[in-house]
Write a protein that binds this ligand. Sequence first.
Ligand code: C2E
Ligand code: CA
Ligand code: CA
Ligand code: CA
Length: 279
Amino acid sequence: AKETGKARCVVYSARQSGPPEHDISLEAAMFEAVREGEFLLYYQPIVDARTRQIQGFETLMRWKHPTLGMVPPVRFIPIAETNGLINLLGAWALKAACVQLKQFEEAARRKLYISVNISPRQFRSDKFLDVLDDALAFSGLGGEQLVLEITEGTLMVDPAHAEALLNRMAERRARIAIDDFGTGYSSLAYLKRFPISVLKVDRAFVKDLPDSPKDGAICNAVLDLAKHLGLSVVAEGVETEDQLNYLEQRGCEFVQGYLTGKPMPAHVAMAALTEDLYT
Ligand code: C2E
Ligand code: CA
Ligand code: CA
Ligand code: CA
């Protein structure tokens, strides 16, 4: 208790104390947050670009601290990645998301999918397949309803390991999405080597559409590549009608962004799905 008090005290000055990886006070607060159940999941709709019907949700972790308020993932995920807490948080998120999807499906009365972020450290963990199997078995979800989002960087750390693991995931029919596609340092060769299903075009290439000819060219190239490789594309960070129209006209099937739905608590997502039923 003495330790905790100290941690909390320092937390108030955490903002000035440099990059998150050196933020010991926030780190201490995270362990308490796990015990207190302060982590929760938000869900952001992934919609059909043409009809705008919800196809699935991306799970985004939130930390609701009693005094700091909402701590953004950019602050706590890197710490969790460094100290290993991400394995615990990630396993919880995967299972909770699978269970939640079942309830979403009941409300929507149709099949949906859930897309879950997997950090590099989780991906490296030799327990990851067990975590995955447990989440599927516990929730009763079919593997084909699960999308695992990983970054190019995650694949490149140890390509041989990545290949083996992705093949095991494919056996479970879980689909793999490349998150923040085009922003990592890697060659395109992995698209040939690994069983990838989805490319998520980073918001960096979307935010200046339709005015930026360079971003337009990049989006077109990604859409073209995906089409020829038989992959589906989700454009991230779509905030305006102009962006949506631009992407939709160029064959982008799925979008995700503030325009079609911000990350929201489960009960709000549930309401969005039932509204869908009657419109
Ligand atoms: P990400 O996976 O690229 O997630 C997309 C981020 O873009 C989310 O930020 C989302 O709230 C934000 N976003 C969605 N639509 C828009 C939009 O139209 N405009 C703008 N400006 N932003 C939009 P968030 O929730 O703050 O998460 C940040 C990052 O933290 C995520 O980036 C992901 O890398 C990581 N993260 C979040 N939840 C988890 C998790 O459960 N596990 C792991 N390993 N990482 C997570
Ligand atoms: Ca993601
Ligand atoms: Ca992303
Ligand atoms: Ca991102």
